[in-house]
Write a protein that binds this ligand. Structure first.
Ligand code: FAD
Ligand code: NAP
Ligand code: SF4
Length: 678
């Protein structure tokens, strides 16, 4: 293994004393809800999941949220830690992490009015805008009991061998529901003045410290900016932070925004480290270490935050789904090999929101560690992979990693397939380019033989005697059969994205899927995008001085140069299939730019007048200069058809197998899993 070298990232890789513990570096793996605990072999899978990250060099791991009592749990089946019998679930996890050389803290999370079950309870009987369930309000006795439940949970965590606890006080969960007047309408000593509203979290920390002594690390995850109306102002957050320090917190981790905020905080389009300013504010007012979080996905981003003195540590969560060896690679001069979290949320948050187990678009092994055996294959095979989109790339590098001899054929002059289109969309450039960079590096390090500019023929593959042939030739854009489709106004999405088509001021987009939305975004972006952090904060109405409640101010929008209309035949909400956690960002942006959408269309014809269509029998003409086709895709299977019956082991993956509902996540997953099947 390469030598560890702390000089590569001197701030990031330097040790830090936090409370009674010394951490080997400044990287915390933040809490992630994986839903593995609901699985029959969940404890074993969680132990493997965390141990892999511990072996990868992270200093401190924070577990997914565990409730201190029954009412506080996230959902049915989520973990509660309120009695010693439950310690049996925690011991193997703690042991696995300790054996791998890292420290681990249990996150104590009470969801309050965000709970997805009927025992829901909050400071006041107020429904959250993102949860249809009606909560009850705590009685004073229930508040006292809940504080005791937090303390009891921390004591149990200590007995289980955890090195610390993180009290979850951000993202709109119970603690924030108490601290913000938005959700706390109480008139007793737990509501009203700031002193009363912060009493609950401060008492939790104070009484926990009293019971656990100095040995257990107490980290409090403070909401460093609420991003909701009726949230705390900067001064109020400062006073909460100071009170928590006085009460015995060892370290302040930071959370950004509530789940119900209408400001993007972690999506791809959020600039890296956009919210580090919020941690920096806190660092001025406390003497305990402060941790920065959100959109920190590469060592250089983390190093800059630390070097600028904005925080003492960084917390990365999704980055550890993407690459368990993040720290190790940074410390051994292999930053180029890091599989970077692209902020898409497609396999992590969107899976959690739709009741599935979290994983990762760029790393399908995440949370499925036990399904991918390290056992080498019985026979080293000669493998041909055709098509260097994400499906073919994932298959080629995984097969080569497993010891096979792999040749990768690509018709284009670069690898990446449609990722090379995605990385031309404003907001996606940096991260999708990072994904292509990762694949390129891995092709080199795993020794895949790459043939560019080779549209390979069936006969060539047959002649060369490959033992496995993988067809990853992707898709061809669909051309709908509309009268006049060959008109000069009609252009394909790929030509628009690659700048090969002239696009006028008035545009119709046929199709409202992911690509239709991306093209609308591209065509209505201001010149000079992507945005800087300052521009991003302005555009979404974030007040970095936090003078206002919740850190919000009026947003600054720019008018789009073009008038864009999107159309679909279906009647569901346009973009209904966009990611649950990101679709609203696309829709909000496009609405601000005046983009409109028409549903239930029947396309009649295209001519010099523009696009003729009808809705419920009523005829319309869109007088447009350009019509962009984003009408879905069909599989590119010509090569597969040519090989059928001529070779023994032929597999289709990604878009070549099925074009419907294809995305990069399925492509990478299929490519990786196929390489493990040999
Ligand atoms: P492709 O990426 O299409 O790759 C196929 C490759 O095969 C191509 O490079 C092609 O040149 C090559 N090829 C074809 N025939 C031959 C041959 N005979 N010989 C040699 N080579 C051949 N997905 C997401 O999950 N999230 C997103 O945010 C997202 N954004 C997108 C934005 C845009 C603008 C676009 C266009 C797509 C986006 N996608 C996104 C979709 C995603 O990129 C595709 O689902 C994914 O690339 C499909 O992977 P694939 O490997 O199956 O096919
Ligand atoms: P898509 O999501 O399936 O959308 C295709 C669009 O074309 C639909 O709006 C559909 O609407 C329309 N359409 C289909 N057949 C048509 C026809 N014959 N004539 C006219 N219109 C037709 O596909 P996509 O936009 O091409 O995206 C491809 C994949 O990439 C998707 O699976 C998507 O998830 C992924 N992607 C994801 C993102 C992201 O941000 N996560 C971004 C880009 C792409 P009607 O049938 O109602 O007309
Ligand atoms: Fe990051 Fe996307 Fe993976 Fe989630 S699914 S961890 S956002 S790359």
């Amino acid at each position: 293994m390469s030598q560890l070298n702390s000089q590569l990232y001197p701030y990031l890789l330097s040790p830090l004393k936090v409370g009674a513990h010394t951490l080997p570096n400044r990287v915390i793996m933040g809490s992630l809800h994986t839903r593995l605990e609901n699985e029959p072999d969940g404890v074993h899978r969680l132990a493997e999941f965390y141990a892999a990250r511990a072996r990868g060099g992270v200093g401190l791991i924070v577990t997914g949220g565990v409730s201190p009592n029954f009412e506080g749990r996230v959902e049915q089946g989520a973990w509660v830690l309120d009695s010693p019998e439950q310690l049996v679930d925690h011991a193997p996890i703690v042991q696995a992490v300790h054996e791998a050389g890292a420290k681990i803290a249990l996150q104590i999370l009470h969801t309050g009015i965000y709970a997805k079950h009927d025992e829901i309870i909050g400071p006041s009987a107020l429904r959250s805008v993102i949860n249809p369930r009606q909560p009850r309000a705590f009685t004073v006795e229930q508040i006292e009991q809940t504080i005791e439940d937090f303390v009891n949970c921390a004591v149990l965590a200590q007995q289980a061998g955890y090195d610390g606890v993180e009290v979850m006080g951000s993202e709109g969960y119970l603690m924030t529901q108490f601290t913000a007047s938005r959700t706390n309408k109480r008139e007793d000593e737990w509501g009203g003045s700031l002193e009363n509203r912060i009493r609950f979290p401060v008492e939790v920390v104070r009484r926990t410290r009293e019971r656990v002594g100095p040995g257990l690390l107490i980290m409090y995850r403070i909401s460093a900016i609420d991003l909701v109306e009726g949230g705390l102002s900067g001064d109020e957050i400062d006073r909460l932070a100071q009170a928590l320090e006085q009460a015995g917190a060892d370290v302040l981790n930071t959370g950004i925004g509530w789940h119900e905020s209408v400001v993007p905080t972690i999506a791809t389009s959020v600039p890296r480290a956009a919210f580090a300013f919020a941690a920096a504010r806190l660092k001025r007012v406390v003497s305990i270490p402060v941790v920065a979080s959100n959109r920190i996905n590469m060592p250089s981003v983390a190093e800059e935050i630390l070097e600028r003195g904005q925080a003492d540590m960084v917390s990365l969560a999704r980055a550890f789904l993407a690459d368990p060896d993040f720290v190790l690679k940074a410390a051994t001069g292999r930053t180029d090999e890091i599989n970077t979290c692209i902020g898409c949320n497609q396999a992590c948050l969107d899976y959690i929101f739709t009741d599935r187990i979290a994983s990762c678009l760029v790393n399908p092994k995440a949370c499925h560690e036990t399904e991918f055996t390290a056992t080498p294959p019985l026979k080293k095979l000669k493998v041909a992979v055709v098509g260097a989109g994400p499906a073919g790339l994932a298959c080629a590098i995984t097969a080569a990693e497993r010891g096979h001899q792999v040749q990768l054929f690509e018709a284009g002059n670069e690898v990446g397939g449609q990722l090379n289109l995605a990385r031309r969309i404003p907001g996606k450039e940096q991260e999708f380019a990072e994904l292509v960079r990762y694949f390129k590096t891995r092709l080199t390090t795993t020794g895949v033989h790459v043939h560019l500019n080779q549209r390979v023929e069936a006969a060539t593959l047959v002649e060369q005697g490959f033992e496995r042939i993988v067809i990853a030739t992707g898709i061809k854009p669909r051309t709908p059969s509309i009268v006049g489709i060959e008109h000069a106004k009609v252009v394909s999405y790929s030509d628009v994205i690659l700048g090969r088509a002239q696009v006028g001021e008035r545009v119709a987009i046929i199709g409202t899927g992911g690509i239709g939305h991306d093209v609308a975004e591209l065509l209505t972006s201001a010149p000079g995008e992507p945005q800087t952090v300052v521009e991003f904060l302005k555009a979404w109405g974030v007040d970095p001085t936090l003078r206002s409640a919740g850190g919000l101010q009026a947003s600054v929008t720019h008018g789009a140069q073009r008038k864009v209309v999107m159309l679909q035949r279906g009647t569901k909400k346009p973009g209904a299939r966009l990611g649950k956690s990101t679709g609203w960002i696309h829709r909000t942006k496009l609405t601000k730019r005046g983009v409109t959408a028409v549903s239930g269309c029947t396309y009649e014809k295209i001519d010099d007048q523009g696009l003729h269509y009808s809705v419920s029998g009523e005829r319309h003409v869109l007088d447009v200069d350009t019509i962009v086709l984003c009408a879905g895709q069909d599989s590119e299977q010509d090569l597969a058809d040519g090989l059928a019956g001529k070779v023994l082991h032929l597999n289709l993956i990604g878009g070549a197998r099925i074009a419907t509902e294809l995305d990069a996540m399925r492509a990478i997953d299929e490519g990786t899993r196929l390489a493990y099947a040999w």
